[in-house]
Design a protein around this ligand. Sequence first.
Ligand SMILES: Nc1ncnc2c1ncn2[C@@H]1O[C@H](COP(=O)(O)OP(=O)(O)OP(=O)(O)O)[C@@H](O)[C@H]1O
Ligand SMILES: [Mg+2]
Length: 306
Amino acid sequence: MENIIETVDLTKRYSKAVALDSVSIHVRQGEIYGLIGKNGAGKSTLFKTMMGLAPYSSGEIKLFGSKSNKEIEHARQRMGFMMGAHFFPYLSARENLEYFRKLKGIADKAEVDRVLKLVEMDKVKKKFKSFSLGMKQRVSIANALMGYPDIVVLDEPINGLDPQGIADFRRIVQKLNKENKMTFLISSHILGELELMATRFGFIHDGKLIEEIDRETIRNKTEEKVIVKTNDIEKATYVLEQKFPNIEYQVNGDKELVISKMVEKTDEIASLLVSKELKLFKLVAQEISIQEYYLEMITKGGTDHV
Ligand SMILES: Nc1ncnc2c1ncn2[C@@H]1O[C@H](COP(=O)(O)OP(=O)(O)OP(=O)(O)O)[C@@H](O)[C@H]1O
Ligand SMILES: [Mg+2]
């Protein structure tokens, strides 16, 4: 798959502080990319530099494979962007979006109504200043979706949404991703919020992009499993299959057996193998969640885990 957003060693310094430290991010066409990092990690700074709203110190930004500043500017017109909710307080949602429609040069007047319907804000008449945080977020998301951009970049869009709002948001994103082939880049400081939505994750910590990883790969790494090292794998699998006909396992190399799930049967597996005179060099139950995986990664700095 083609990278449609790419940075190469992107670095941004604020006098002394380094907000982005050699970030090389790769967002591929058609994915829902979740950028995860805690407060101050550098998420907003990365998005702002990407969108041309803040200068950077060194490195490179490529959007749709752009090779010049002119091409980058052109590429940015194909991107919808949401960052905070900066709207006119005394205008309604519709009036605000009408203003941005004209500013963005979107000719189709029906766009405002279409995107307001998507976020279920089409019937709300009151002024922006009296909206709840969740309503403001919805208008902000709608604004980013106006004009069918190819890429939608959303900075903490879930912040302030209630559980129903989060579920609606997920549904909208997945539908647009599937039906309109829109690529999404979404940040959050809470991994769980994007866990059900993102197809790939990037983890950012202290300005460094620690890892980019597919959801499926995380799933495999974090799935509950029992890992067994023994002197006779063939005998071990035979014995285990006799006892647990539905067992699912994988053999890594010639000494390690990885049994899916069955963490609660770890003791039983151990005594069964020992009773059949197998030697147990290692037996561990792994029950790591995606959240734990992430926490472990940021504490280790992403260097020596895999
Ligand atoms: N205008 C600024 N001047 C100086 N330092 C800044 C400025 N903006 C951001 N920073 C610093 O850059 C780092 C990254 O900030 P950034 O806002 O990108 O983080 P974030 O991941 O978006 O955090 P949050 O989850 O709180 O939104 C932080 O250490 C922050 O203090
Ligand atoms: Mg931020």
